[in-house]
Design a protein around this ligand. Structure first.
Ligand SMILES: [Zn+2]
Length: 74
């Protein structure tokens, strides 16, 4: 079966600003965002914490991916 991917925009669950443009592979929820698939990044990094510019915590940096605080259903 072909490995289909598409480009999606993930938004902050609080203020709805853009967080990432992300190349999503397959179906289902987004629990992790792999850095190599992040095409545009609008987040603020504070140590290992990834935040929206509104201050809402988006996730935690786990080196190869970002573990999302909120499961994004796209
Ligand atoms: Zn926000």
């Amino acid at each position: 079966m072909a490995n289909s991917s598409r480009i999606i925009t993930i938004r902050c669950d609080k203020c709805k600003r853009k967080i990432f443009k992300y190349e999503k592979v397959g179906r289902g929820h987004i629990l992790r965002c792999y850095k190599k698939r992040i095409l545009e990044n609008y987040t603020v990094h504070e140590g290992g914490i990834i935040k929206c510019s509104c201050g809402n915590i988006i996730g935690v940096d786990r080196e190869r991916f970002i573990k999302m605080n909120v499961v994004h259903n796209v």
